[in-house]
Design a protein around this ligand. Structure first.
Ligand code: NAD
Length: 373
C-alpha cells in the first residue's frame, strides 16, 4: 500500500501529518511512503530527515501517483489528488461542517474521505483522537500567549522593592483544552478558577488545585450530551450562568474561553458589557474565535482592545506549536491506521463502529449520517 503526504496549503497551517518517527513505523508495517518536498519544513522537519527513514521525497509538482491513502492535517483540494488511486482514502482533519463543498468534491471524485475529528470518544480510540491531542496543546498555548500579552506577572513575588500579587485566571469550558489551561496557569503561579456546563468537571477542576465556579442546580440539567460533549443549555440555565460569570469576571486578570458545541457556532460566554466591568490591562484569550467566538468582539489573529481589555485568539492555535502538534497528530494517524492493519491484505481494514463514525464519502456519495441529517 502507498501512503502519500502533501505539503499543507491552508494559510497559517504549519503542521504536517507525518513525522520521521511515523514514517519508520509505517515502513515497518510494509507501507511505502511518499512525501511532497518541503512538507515538514514549517514543523522543523527537513526532507532529509524523512528520506533517512525510507520515505520517497516527491518533487515540487506534488504528484501523488498511485497513492492508496493520502494523509493530511487539513483536507487537500481535490485538484491536488489527481493521480491517487480510484477509491483512495483521504485521512485528515476534514472540517466536515465547515468544508462541505470539499467533502462533496471528494465524493464526486470517488474518494473515501475519513474525517479524523469524527473519531468516536471511546476508550480504544483515545490514542487516535486529533481533537484531544491538538486541544491539549492549544490550551497550553492560550495561557502562554495571554501571559505574554499581559502587562503584569503571573506569580506572586515578594521582592525588596515590594510585593506583586498573583494574577487571577479564569478558565471557561473545562474539556481537554480547559484542563491543560488550568494546569498551565497554575504552573505559572496564577490563582485559577474555572467553570463548565458539565457538572462532572467540578471534581477535575478541584483536583488540579483550581476553584470551581458553578451554577448550583437549575432543575435537572447536567449539560452532558452524547459522547461526553456539551449540549446547548436552557434559557434559564444560561441566565443563571451569565449572572454568576458577570460577578466573577469583573475580578479576573486573565480569562481563557474554550467552549465549543460540535456542528454549531461556539456559545457566546462573554458580552461587551461584561468586558466593560473588567480591569484595564486584563487579557481574554478566545480559543473558539475561529468557530464564531465565545467572546463578543474577538477577531481571529488580532488583539482587539475593548474598555482597556485585550481580546485575542488564533484561527489555528495548534499551528503555533508546529513541532509538537505535528508529532502528536502524526501519532494519532499512525495509531489509527496501524490498529486496523490487516497483515494478510497489507492494508488497513476498518471495523463498523469507527468506520461508520468517520467515513464521510464512499462509492461516489456522501454517506455520513451527521452530514445527511
Ligand atoms: P469541547 O471542545 O467540545 O468543549 C470544550 C468545553 O466547553 C467542554 O468541557 C464543554 O462542556 C464546555 N462548554 C460548552 N458549552 C459551554 C458553556 N456554555 N459554558 C461553559 N462551558 C461550556 O470539549 P472536549 O475538550 O472535546 O471534551 C469534552 C469531553 O469529552 C470531556 O469530558 C473529555 O474528557 C471527553 N473526551 C473523551 C475522549 C475519549 O474518551 N476518547 C476523548 C476526548 C475527550
Amino acid at each position: 500500500v502507498k501512503l502519500a503526504v502533501l505539503r499543507e496549503r491552508a494559510s497559517g497551517e504549519t503542521r504536517v501529518a507525518i513525522t520521521p518517527e511515523t514514517v519508520k513505523k509505517f515502513k515497518a508495517l510494509g507501507a511505502n511512503v511518499a512525501i511532497e518536498a518541503g512538507a515538514g519544513l514549517a514543523a522543523s522537519i527537513a526532507d532529509a530527515d524523512y528520506a533517512a527513514m525510507g520515505a520517497q521525497i516527491l518533487d515540487g509538482s506534488g504528484s501523488i501517483a498511485e497513492a492508496d491513502i493520502v494523509l493530511g492535517v487539513q483536507g487537500p483540494d481535490v485538484a491536488l489528488l489527481s493521480g491517487a488511486k480510484p477509491g483512495a482514502w483521504i485521512v485528515a482533519g476534514l472540517d466536515p461542517f465547515g468544508q462541505r463543498a470539499r467533502v462533496d468534491a471528494y465524493a464526486a471524485a470517488g474518494f473515501e474521505a475519513l474525517a479524523m475529528e469524527f473519531m468516536p470518544r471511546i476508550t480504544r480510540a483515545q490514542s487516535m483522537d486529533i481533537l484531544s491531542s491538538q486541544s491539549n496543546l492549544a490550551g497550553y498555548k492560550a495561557v502562554i500567549e495571554a501571559a505574554a500579552t499581559y502587562g503584569r506577572a503571573f506569580p506572586m513575588m515578594m521582592t525588596a522593592a515590594g510585593t506583586i500579587s498573583a494574577a487571577k485566571a479564569f478558565i471557561m469550558g473545562v474539556g481537554v483544552a480547559g484542563l491543560q489551561a488550568i494546569a498551565t496557569a497554575r504552573r505559572l503561579g496564577a490563582q485559577v478558577s474555572a467553570t463548565d456546563v458539565r457538572s462532572a468537571t467540578k471534581e477535575q477542576i478541584m483536583s488540579l488545585g483550581a476553584k470551581p465556579i458553578f451554577v448550583e442546580k437549575v432543575a435537572g440539567i447536567e449539560g452532558e450530551g452524547a459522547g461526553g460533549y456539551a449540549t446547548e443549555m436552557s434559557a434559564e440555565y444560561q441566565a443563571a450562568q451569565a449572572e454568576l460569570v458577570s460577578a466573577h469576571i469583573a475580578k479576573q486578570d486573565i480569562v481563557i474561553t474554550t467552549a465549543l458545541i460540535p456542528g454549531r457556532a461556539a456559545p457566546r460566554l462573554i458580552s461587551d458589557a461584561q468586558i466593560a466591568t473588567m480591569k484595564p490591562g486584563s487579557v481574554i484569550f478566545d480559543l473558539a474565535v475561529a468557530q464564531g467566538g465565545n467572546v463578543e468582539g474577538s477577531v481571529p489573529d488580532q488583539i482587539v482592545e475593548r474598555h482597556g481589555v485585550k481580546i485575542m485568539g488564533y484561527s489555528n492555535t495548534p499551528a503555533h506549536l508546529p513541532a509538537d502538534a505535528s508529532a502528536l497528530f502524526a501519532r494519532n494517524l499512525y495509531n489509527f491506521l496501524s490498529a486496523f492493519w490487516d497483515k494478510e491484505q497489507g492494508k488497513p481494514v476498518l471495523d463498523e463502529e469507527i468506520g461508520n463514525a468517520i467515513r464521510l464519502t464512499a462509492n461516489g456519495a456522501v454517506v455520513n449520517p451527521r452530514l445527511l441529517g
